[in-house]
Ligand binder design. Structure first.
Ligand code: PLP
Length: 417
């Protein structure tokens, strides 16, 4: 291992900005490897929340008074920062939501109301998070449409040939994750989009695990929709984004009614607001959006490409160290990953060590990983295991964190064998 190089890169990534990491758990230094679930927040983001509540908190858009105008400006600046971060054509294409789940539900409802009819088909893949399955199942039940599943190959990659064969004149939308939250693999979404567009079918990308790690450019990608969560990319909880191409968002009806989303309310004819407000009923999380903008500034200051490069190297290091342990089985081994590696450990007699037991023993040594089905039960069922152990990375993780995981894993395995 080129340890010197790792250390130089690590220094650049400002681990010291994440105060929470500087603590012990069960008298061991905390090693936080559960970043796919949520990331920690840098001091700048935490300070932004305090600053907002202590200096300019006031409800946005409706006020003529000073604080309301300051708050409105901060919220709209955050929307523009988000648009810039994604290279969206316009801030009108950025709908603030409560998170990826909320974004996908909003889209499934709104798109379904307008454009899905009995006998139509929606395509998702076999490796999706429940958030990118259940809203589409609910839509299909409501509209008597059919949810079809793009299969994965033996090596856990998407079966693109099978996907191409599934696209037909009844397909209304394709929705797939850019990066699998279980396997960490980067899916060939460019191919997914190209093949769908050849048949004029729109594509929604679940970017929950991609936007934190990869420089996602929605115009280059040409996706029609993109959903992600702020809390997985150093921002606050309770905020997410639904990006949608303006032409689609204009076509779709609002999913919720209330304040903000209307132009005029009349007993006989209510008219709706312009984009993106049509989709933002009620008071939005304007403090969260502001803090999210600070998180985006933070990522930009470190350099998107630098983050991607650093995390990719770290991910390769993680996989190589895990692979060296006797009995470890890595899922989608050898495939390019972003931020997460899933594995299980088998005893010499072939018996699986239950991921929950391994995870618990890691925790007792200060190492936080996630075990279980990771909200992707169909994928875990297909893998034929009760769950996996997932170590997931963020920009503040280091080689030393991975070395600590490996040491703790060796101890756990010795205890369980
Ligand atoms: N999609 C993927 C791929 C995820 O990894 C997650 C969360 O882990 C979600 C959707 C749901 O995100 P949230 O719980 O922030 O709505």
């Amino acid at each position: 291992m080129e340890n010197g190089k790792w250390k130089i890169e690590t220094k650049k990534m400002n681990r010291a900005d994440f105060e929470i990491l500087n603590q012990t758990v069960y008298k061991r230094p905390l090693v936080y490897l559960d970043n796919a679930a949520t990331t920690q927040k840098p001091t700048a983001v935490i300070n932004a929340l305090t600053e907002a509540y202590t200096t300019w908190n006031a409800n946005i858009h409706r006020g003529v008074h000073h604080l309301s105008q300051v708050a409105t400006q901060k919220h709209e600046e955050a929307r523009q920062k988000t648009a810039d971060f994604l290279h969206a054509a316009s801030a009108r294409e950025i709908v603030f939501t409560k998170g990826t789940t909320n974004s996908l539900n909003l889209l499934a409802f709104s798109f379904g109301e307008a454009l899905v009819h009995e006998g139509d088909e929606i395509l998702v893949s076999a490796v999706e998070h429940h958030s990118n399955i259940v809203p589409w199942q609910m839509l299909c039940q409501r509209k008597k449409a059919r949810l079809r599943v793009i299969p994965m190959r033996e090596d856990c990659t998407l079966d693109i040939e099978a996907y191409a064969a599934l696209l037909n004149e009844r397909t209304r939308l394709v929705s797939v994750a850019y990066v699998s939250n279980v396997l960490g693999i980067i899916q060939p979404v460019e191919d997914v989009i190209r093949l769908a567009h050849a048949k004029e079918i729109p594509v929604c990308i679940d970017g929950a695990q991609a936007v934190p790690h990869l420089p996602v450019d929605v115009q280059a990608l040409d996706c029609d929709f993109l959903a992600f969560s702020a809390h997985k990319m150093y921002g606050p909880t309770g905020l997410g984004v639904l990006y949608g191409k303006e032409k689609w968002l204009n076509m779709l009806p609002p999913a919720e009614g209330g304040g903000e989303m209307i132009e005029h309310v009349r007993w006989d004819n209510t008219t709706y607001n312009t984009l993106p407000y049509k989709f933002e009923a009620g008071t939005p999380d304007f403090i969260g959006s502001y803090a999210f903008g600070v998180a985006l500034d933070y990522m930009n200051s470190l350099g998107r490409e630098a983050i991607t490069r650093y995390e990719a190297e770290l991910c390769r290091y993680l996989e190589s160290q895990l692979a060296a342990i006797q009995g470890v089985r890595i899922y989608a081994a050898g495939h390019e990953k972003a931020g997460a590696v899933s594995f299980n450990v088998y005893r010499e007699d072939g018996q699986l060590l239950h991921p929950f037991d391994v995870g618990t023993l890691l925790d007792r040594q200060g190492v936080a990983v996630r075990t279980g089905h990771h909200c992707a039960e169909p994928l875990i069922d297909a893998l034929g295991v009760p769950g996996t152990i997932r170590a997931s990375l963020a920009l503040y993780n280091t080689c030393e964190d991975i070395d600590a995981l490996i040491r703790a894993l060796e101890t756990a395995v010795a205890m369980l064998s």
